[in-house]
Design a binder for this molecule. Structure first.
Ligand SMILES: [Zn+2]
Length: 271
């Protein structure tokens, strides 16, 4: 009986926590309803802490923002992309965005919840990224944050932990609450996003870059470069961003939706 009551309470909590979309759809329509159990504030605070730790460790090893040739470029591109986020969620215009470059051979980049961006020099140099391609990478990572994919993943983990511990301490929500920063690190830096999340970040990222005046055809181009690298040199970014043969086709399929936005941005540059 106690267990039935527990299940009922859990179900109620899950329903109350709701299924809304974190973003508006823009021109490409990424507004899938999401299961969110933990607050944005909690996740973003954890992310800020995790990001600080990452920067501090990069700084200690002398790898933080050491080359202005990279940092100026990355910051300028991110600034133009950030100026466009209001189309998906106006609140993100006032996020505490941060942009840093890590000197490392890793082919990697991420954007932690709340807008904490890091780009590794390896992805720029080894893939010989153009500005448009770099905008595609940064726009993709920013879209994971805008869609709050890590918050969604943490919510899913909390729900499954709660189910597992049913009968002992329902609604204690497991151990995750005690160390959100390490959970954020785990999800952003180590564990893969789902295929659905990848598709959303691809399409939203492409719309962001188009609106910022970057050529969206660079998005399929940059993923093609990553796949081509392959073998032992397989880019680190692919471990957190599972890729498959349909990704490039999917990006190309959405080009007609975003090309007019790109043409419009080019015709009246606001940046
Ligand atoms: Zn991704």
């Amino acid at each position: 009986m106690k267990q039935i009551l527990s299940i009922f309470l859990l179900a109620t909590a899950l329903v109350i926590s709701g299924c809304a979309s974190t973003t508006m759809g823009g021109a490409t329509g990424s507004d899938r309803s999401q299961f969110l159990l933990i607050s944005s504030n909690a996740v973003n605070a954890g992310a800020a802490q995790a990001y600080k730790k990452q920067l501090s460790s990069a700084s200690t090893s002398g790898a933080l923002n050491t080359d202005s040739g990279y940092t100026d470029r990355v910051k300028a591109i991110a600034k133009r992309l950030i100026a466009q986020v209001g189309i998906f969620r106006p609140d993100a215009l006032s996020w505490q965005w941060e942009v840093n470059v890590i000197s490392s051979d890793e082919i990697n980049a991420y954007c932690m919840p709340g807008g904490k961006i890091a780009v590794y020099t390896g992805i720029i140099s080894r893939l010989k990224l153009t500005d448009d391609e770099l905008a595609a990478v940064v726009g993709h990572e920013m879209s994971h944050a805008l869609r709050e994919h890590s918050r969604e993943q943490i919510s899913q983990q909390m729900a499954s932990q709660t189910l597992i511990s049913l009968g002992s301490s329902l609604l204690g929500l497991g151990s995750i609450g005690s160390d959100i920063a390490s959970s954020v690190s785990k999800y952003v830096l180590t564990l893969p996003f789902s295929r659905t999340m990848e598709t959303e970040a691809d399409i939203m990222g492409m719309e962001l870059m188009a609106r910022a005046g970057y050529d969206p055809t660079a998005a399929p181009a940059v993923w093609r470069k990553m796949v081509t690298l392959g073998g032992n040199a397989s880019p680190e970014i692919l471990s957190t961003h599972p890729s498959d043969s349909t990704r490039i086709a999917n990006l190309e399929q959405h080009l007609p939706q975003v090309m007019p936005l790109y043409e419009k941005a080019r015709a009246s540059p606001k940046n």
